[in-house]
Design a protein around this ligand. Sequence first.
Ligand SMILES: C[S@@+](CC[C@H](N)C(=O)[O-])C[C@H]1O[C@@H](n2cnc3c(N)ncnc32)[C@H](O)[C@@H]1O
Length: 216
Amino acid sequence: MGRRQQDRFGKRARREGFPARSVYKLEEIDRRVQLLKPGMNVLDLGAAPGSWTLYASQKVGKKGRIMALDLHELHSEIPPNVEFRVCDAREQSVESLGGPFDVVLSDMAPKTMGTRSADQYRSYELFLTAVEIAARTAKIGGSFVGKIFQGAEFEAGREALRKHFAKVRVLKPEAVREESYELFLVGIGRREVSLGESKPAEPAEPSDEAADDPSS
Ligand SMILES: C[S@@+](CC[C@H](N)C(=O)[O-])C[C@H]1O[C@@H](n2cnc3c(N)ncnc32)[C@H](O)[C@@H]1O
């Protein structure tokens, strides 16, 4: 997809009142896996500037609820069905988050330092944090969406998610910039596994599978 097409997402976001073009990543995932429904309880990790929160808030409607958090403030008005907290997801007790949640979302990303392998590793760590939170707060049968940078740890991330979700898909929405190496791992149908089994996975050997398989 060329720059012009990418810019269209930015323009469309401004026109439709979303603070970031990233909303169309979640919209596509939602369309493809039927994620968000009226009345749902949703956890949104790494929520700023607020596009996913706004989109999810509209989809769950008045009877639904969103718990959103980020290291930074949101750049949009907070709708009445949203509770937002400025905090570090790694330092929150799961009890303080509420739940149980029908859907746990994580668009968390590290501040990139320019060293690709280090950025990938930090993205993997944030992804594992999100999986661990989902393992403790998602409803049985619930869903998960988490961003992870494609890299050596990708397979370990996918395995960590497989421990908790019956079906795992890898999606690269159209709104992801062409040059970006981010992917989304989607977990469908949270399984009832003992939390003793949910220790973070050790990074596996590098694999090219993910790069060739964005929709498995
Ligand atoms: C790509 S942005 C999220 C965009 C958002 N989904 C939206 O649509 O507006 C990634 C966010 O992850 C947040 N983040 C990174 N590490 C975090 C952490 N440890 N705890 C909470 N948020 C974190 C960053 O502050 C940043 O705002």
